[in-house]
Write a protein that binds this ligand. Structure first.
Ligand code: UTP
Length: 275
């Protein structure tokens, strides 16, 4: 079994719900208090001993590359002052990780973005983090919990969360058997089902560990909901073979792709750092 060394961040989306803020600034660079969303995602990957970060980016996303690069002018300006500590966390990331970027030139869906990542991932299992789902694990980080589960089951692992029935149309939703507490063998899944056809209220959130056979499957998957290539449809092919585990993670998730979730996350983080 191969260990997980790489994390893919599909960050090509326009973030239209945050316009006009996201007109020139990537959604992933919006801060939750003082740290941009993308940095929380990268730190979560690092907590699972992952040190190769791969980004699927698009137009207007250059600020992400700049964020994970050294800014000598700035560092010189604050060197020796008390402000120096404020960029220690980014410096630590830059010193310990490698970064690669590839552009998705057309917005053809999350599945398509992940397929673009193949050139950076190769034929090994990998993690996927959607930074707009901001997760705080109760002990281990959510992706670390999932990597450990992958090591146990040796198949794809997707994070799931119970949502109110009337919200299933916003998520991919699974059907499956609970094998042990919080661990489901997924048998089927549907992208954004209406409440009357949703197979459960267990929604897929933005954390995955995927086996590399997902790439050829994605290539053979036709566009689905909204005419986009859906990762859910490709995962369903793996699920039919019994190769997907749904995991009710231990911790909390904030949907920072929505305004309410973003504000909740901001209040949550601020309440933790304010003494
Ligand atoms: P969203 O559905 O949240 O879309 O994508 P979005 O563009 O980011 O935000 P809104 O809805 O316009 O406000 C979920 C995730 O999938 C990535 C996005 O970057 C986000 O992380 N994605 C989606 C891509 O990278 N490429 C795509 O073609 C679609």
């Amino acid at each position: 079994m191969m260990t997980i060394k790489k994390c893919l961040f599909p960050v090509a989306g326009f973030g239209t719900r945050f316009l006009p803020a996201t007109k020139a600034v990537p959604k992933e660079m919006l801060p939750i208090v003082t740290k941009p969303l993308i940095q929380y995602g990268v730190e979560e990957a690092m907590s699972a001993m992952i040190d190769e970060m791969a980004f699927v980016t698009g137009k207007n996303k250059r600020a992400i590359e700049d964020h994970f690069d050294i800014n000598y002018e700035l560092e010189n300006a604050i060197s020796g002052t008390e402000k120096e500590t404020l960029i220690e966390s980014t410096r630590n990331i830059i010193n310990n990780c490698s970064f690669v970027y590839k552009r998705q030139t057309e917005m053809l869906g999350l599945g398509h973005a992940i397929l673009i990542g193949e050139a950076m991932i190769g034929s090994e299992p990998f993690a996927v983090i959607l930074p707009d789902d901001l997760c705080f694990g109760s002990e281990l980080s959510v992706i670390d919990q999932m990597v450990k589960l992958y090591e146990q089951y040796n198949c794809s692992v997707i994070a799931i969360e119970e949502v109110p029935r009337e919200e299933t149309h916003r998520y991919g939703v699974i059907a499956g058997e609970e094998e042990s507490a919080g661990i489901f063998r997924v048998s089927d899944m549907v992208e954004k089902p209406s409440v009357d056809v949703a197979p459960s209220n267990l929604a897929i959130i933005g954390r995955y560990v995927l086996t590399p056979d997902i790439f050829p499957i994605l290539k053979n998957t036709p566009p689905g909901k909204n005419n986009e290539l859906q990762i859910t449809d490709a995962l369903r092919t793996q699920a039919k073979e019994g190769n997907v585990i749904g995991y009710k993670f231990k911790g909390q998730r904030f949907d920072c792709g929505s305004i309410e979730g973003f504000i909740e996350a901001t209040n949550f983080v601020y309440s933790k750092i304010k003494v």
